[in-house]
Structures are given as structure tokens and as C-alpha cells.
Design a protein around this ligand. Structure first.
Ligand code: 5AD
Ligand code: SF4
Length: 461
């Protein structure tokens, strides 16, 4: 049973607020290190919201920090290694500031094996908590600051959605908006279902309320997040699915756009594609991870679609959504993948002509079925395949971009690049750089693409 609970029912926020000045004699500062996906970025915005509500300030400088948190990612081994290296560095800072709290949370922390390693080998970590208890942070801080021993809390209960958590957003143009949490798909290579728990959706009313609030506060892009947004609504009492939610969000008054991620191809319906085509505020871009072009490998991955079905979906979207672009995630070197399998991935990449790709070399994850499958191809060999795929995609990207020169697009100005140029994205998620005043940040402008070298450059028309 899904439970919806309010934030901080036991009043720990106020209790921390009272004791902080006594302990630190000043406004203590917090440093949040975030790794991994947008879901983690969004969680960190809630963590910052809770911390600032309790009376912390935020800093980027570890020398000044009184609370340092690592919000971690467990999707690939490389990210885990980096986190351990960075936690190790905290020992010296902790020696200088004895009231410093060092905390670890997120997907790595949710795994017992990691919690045990931190407990044993990183004694200066005060606090470790898993993904299902993030909103209990005020309680953990209060207990640690009032004499509790080290706190390790990795409850497996993922049945709760806590609403009403304060959010301190990083940006003022793009607002992350989680619509569902967890994943039930159990792709055989993936750790996410084990560390993020079962799929659960937020009530549509809460999502609409948050979206309206973002629009009222001036946000121009609402980015809907979920491990598998297409299965939004399953398990809710209301008559809703992702397409219906998109239509309701599209109906909110105001000049803003909607993006979303991630769509699992097996749940991406024609209804959804029609919805994207019909809703003016929904951007014309689909992130549809296909992982492998080989049906044999897809079966081993437990993806539950085949390359033919995937291509049908792509072709339907190309037909219905004017100017649509696609991006995808691909894994190279899944256990048992042969060069012939890999060639099928390359073939599919050429056929679809993705705008860009997120390509990963397979990384065995403890406790997943794929980690115990025979894996005869060496890492070095996988690296060669990986580079081959990158080259193919680079060529596709170049040719796609060259075709865009001379065309004009409506672009949301969202950042300033190092060369002082403005940067923005088209509806189809293509990034263009152009000259203009920083007053234009957060505004929609028409930009004509004038050249393509390594990036697309244009001018406001
Ligand atoms: N190894 C490599 N890549 C992985 N991904 C997920 N698990 C693994 C793994 N064990 C990739 C998938 C997924 C993206 C978020 O990360 O491509 O879509
Ligand atoms: Fe992982 Fe598959 Fe779920 Fe995506 S759909 S989070 S790859 S298990």
C-alpha cells in the first residue's frame, strides 16, 4: 500500500533550528556533492531545501563547510570509485572541524554492502541513509548533534511518498519535477530497482500544483522526471496515465515548455506519441533508450521489446511529430555480446539517426543477474567497440547539424557559455549558441543557425 505522509511530522526541523546557533555560534554552512542522474539532482534540491529551512547556509567551499553530504550514484562502477575517493579526502577536514558532519546518501548508500564498507573503513562518516528515508534528514542531524552515535539507516520500505518537502532549486529557468519514483523493470544489468524500490507515482494533483507554482515563479521549462515516466499512474486510484498527465500540464496557462525523461520503449505507446504531437507545450524530443540493437541481447537484458518494435515506434513518431529528434542510452559489451550483436547496434544507430547518444561500457553491478553471466570479451576489446560506435555517431551528428545551417528555431535561452555567448535549446533539444545580452536568459527568442563547426552557432532574428 502506498502511503502519502507529510514532511517532518515530529518537528525535527524546528529542533535543529534551535540548537544550531548554540553548537556553531554562527550560521553553519552545508556543501552538497551530487553524482549521477537528474533524479539525484532533484533529491539534492530537496536536501538543500531542508537544510536551509533548518538554518544552514550553502557553500561550495569544503574548507568552510560544517555539513558535507555525498548524494551518490550506483549505476556504474566508475561513479562509485569516484565517490569513495572523495569521501576519503574528508578525513583531514573532519580533523580540523570537530563539529563537522559528513554524510552519505543516495543509491550507493542504499546497498548493505556499501553501508558495511563505509561503517568499517570510513569512521569519520557520521551519517549514512538510503533513498527511502531522505526526508528524515532533520531527524538524523538532530540526533547526531545531540550525542547519538553514528547513524546508518537504510530501510527497504519504499511504499512512502513524502509531499511538502521544502525545495531549494539550483536554477531559475528549468525546474525538475519528479512524477514517479522507483522502477519495476529489472533489466538484468541494472541496480536501480534494488536501490530505488518499487514504482510509485505521485498524485496528479500534487504534480499539477507544483507545476503551477513553477510557472508562477517564472520557470520556463518543466522537466518531468521518472525512471520510467511512461508507466506513470499505475497503482493510483485516479483515472490517469502519462499521456493524460501531459495533457493536463499542457493546459496550464503561461509561456513555458515541458520535457520529460526517461521513456522505456516497451511502455511508449502510440497514445503518448500522439499526445506529444498534439500538445503545443510538450517539446519534440524523445529520449528512448534502446540499449542494444541485437534481439538476442535485448532478451538477455530483459528489455521486453525487439529492434523491429523499437523501429516501428521511431517511425511512428517521425511521421506524427514534426521535427522530432531522438536520443538514447546504449550499453556496449553486455555479458555474452558478440561483435555480430554489436554490429546490429551500429546498424540501428545509423537507421534512426539519433541527435545524440549516451553510450556506456557494461559495468557489472553486484546482485544483478547479469553480473553472474559469462562475460568473455575483455574490457579492452569492449573499449574498441565503444570507440567505433562513438565515431559512427559523431559522423551522424555532424551530418545532422550541417543540415540545420540556415534554418530558424525558437530557442529558450538557458545559460551563458564560457566565450560569453548565450546558449539555448530548440524544441527538438538541439543546442545553439548565439550573441545576446544576459537579459535574454529565461526568454524565448528566434535564432537562425549560421554555422556549424564543433557546435551550432547562430544569430537572433
Ligand atoms: N553498466 C553500464 N551501463 C548501465 N546503465 C544502467 N546500468 C548499467 C550498467 N550496469 C545505463 C543504461 C541506462 C543508463 C541510465 O545507464 O544505458 O539506460
Ligand atoms: Fe534500470 Fe531498466 Fe529500470 Fe531503466 S528501466 S532504471 S535500465 S531497470
Amino acid at each position: 500500500m502506498l502511503k502519502n505522509t507529510g514532511f517532518d511530522p515530529l518537528g525535527y526541523v524546528n529542533r535543529v533550528k534551535e540548537i544550531l546557533p548554540k553548537i556553531y555560534g554562527k550560521k553553519p554552512l552545508a556543501l552538497i556533492n551530487t553524482y549521477g542522474c537528474q533524479q539525484n539532482v532533484s533529491d539534492s534540491e530537496k536536501i538543500k531545501g531542508m537544510l536551509t529551512t533548518m538554518g544552514y547556509g550553502l557553500t561550495e567551499d569544503v574548507e568552510k563547510a560544517d555539513f558535507v553530504l555525498f548524494n551518490t550514484c550506483a549505476v556504474r562502477g566508475h561513479a562509485e570509485d569516484r565517490v569513495f575517493g572523495n569521501i576519503g579526502v574528508m578525513k583531514q577536514y573532519k580533523q580540523k572541524n570537530k563539529n563537522m558532519i559528513v554524510a552519505v546518501c543516495g543509491c550507493m548508500a542504499q546497498q548493505q554492502i556499501i553501508a558495511d564498507k563505509v561503517r568499517k573503513s570510513y569512521p569519520y562518516v557520521d551519517l549514512l541513509f538510503g533513498t527511502h528515508v531522505t526526508t528524515r534528514l532533520p531527524e538524523f542531524i538532530y540526533k547526531r548533534l545531540t550525542g547519538s552515535g553514528r547513524i546508518f539507516e537504510i530501510s527497504q520500505d519504499s511504499s512512502e511518498i513524502v509531499e511538502g518537502v521544502p525545495i531549494s532549486r539550483d536554477g531559475k529557468i528549468r525546474g525538475w519535477l519528479p512524477i514517479m519514483y522507483g522502477c519495476d523493470n529489472f533489466c538484468t544489468y541494472c541496480i536501480v530497482p534494488y536501490v530505488r524500490g518499487r514504482e510509485r507515482s505521485r498524485a496528479s494533483e500534487e504534480i499539477i500544483k507544483e507545476a503551477e507554482c513553477l510557472v508562477k515563479s517564472g520557470y520556463k521549462e518543466i522537466f518531468l522526471l521518472g525512471q520510467n515516466v511512461n508507466s506513470y499512474g499505475k497503482g493510483l486510484d485516479e483515472d490517469i496515465n502519462f499521456s493524460k498527465l501531459l495533457r493536463r500540464l499542457n493546459a496550464i496557462e503561461g509561456d513555458f515548455v515541458i520535457r520529460f525523461m526517461t521513456s522505456h520503449p516497451k511502455d511508449c505507446t502510440k497514445e503518448l506519441i500522439d499526445t506529444v504531437a498534439e500538445c503545443k507545450k510538450v517539446e519534440r524530443h524523445l529520449h528512448l533508450p534502446f540499449q542494444s540493437g541485437s534481439d538476442r541481447v535485448l532478451k538477455q537484458m530483459n528489455r521486453r521489446y525487439d529492434s523491429k518494435g523499437y523501429l516501428e515506434l521511431i517511425n511512428y513518431a517521425k511521421e506524427k511529430i514534426d521535427g522530432v529528434t531522438f536520443t538514447s542510452d546504449i550499453i556496449v559489451g553486455f555479458p555474452g555480446e558478440t561483435y555480430e550483436d554489436f554490429e546490429k547496434t551500429v546498424k540501428l544507430v545509423k537507421e534512426v539517426e539519433f541527435a545524440s547518444l549516451f553510450t556506456f561500457i557494461y559495468s557489472p553491478r553486484n546482485g544483478t543477474p547479469a553480473a553472474s553471466m559469462p562475460d568473455p570479451i575483455t574490457r579492452k576489446e569492449k573499449g574498441v567497440w565503444f570507440n567505433e560506435l562513438l565515431k559512427v555517431q559523431e559522423e551522424i551528428g555532424r551530418s545532422n547539424n550541417q543540415k540545420l545551417v540556415g534554418q530558424t528555431f525558437r530557442v529558450l535561452c538557458d545559460s551563458i557559455e564560457s566565450e560569453g555567448l548565450l546558449s539555448g535549446k530548440t524544441s527538438s533539444n538541439i543546442e545553439i549558441m548565439f550573441e545576446g545580452s544576459d537579459q535574454l536568459l529565461g526568454q524565448f527568442v528566434d535564432v537562425k543557425i549560421t554555422q556549424y563547426t564543433n557546435s551550432l552557432k547562430g544569430e537572433i532574428v
